[in-house]
Write a new protein. Structure first.
Length: 97
């Protein structure tokens, strides 16, 4: 799920569901999965990707079974290393090489 959201308590104790909405690279990942051709990966796009991962404090990237090959190729190219295959999903742990 590119992007993310938060489910938790609001200030008054009631439930809160929300988030900032998808960031630019998350939108790109969604578009690729929907069939839009992947953009060329530039140093700027790679930097934006890393910035978004830091923003979300992500510890891994997971691409589920059935994902378009273009999405897998795009993420692999952004990560600059192959994924670990586990339980039918592709996994990139962050902070390790």
């Amino acid at each position: 799920m590119p992007g993310g959201y938060f489910i938790g308590p609001a200030g008054g104790g009631e439930a809160y569901i929300g988030g900032p909405g998808p960031l630019p690279v998350a939108v790109t990942l969604t578009h690729i999965e929907q069939g839009t051709p992947a953009p060329v990966i530039t140093p700027g796009l790679r930097a934006q990707f890393q910035q978004e991962l830091r923003y979300w404090r992500a510890s891994a990237i997971v691409v589920g079974p059935g994902a378009r090959p273009a999405l897998t190729t795009f993420v692999t190219t952004l990560m600059q290393r192959p994924a670990i295959q586990a339980g039918g999903v592709l996994l990139w742990r962050l902070g390790t090489r």
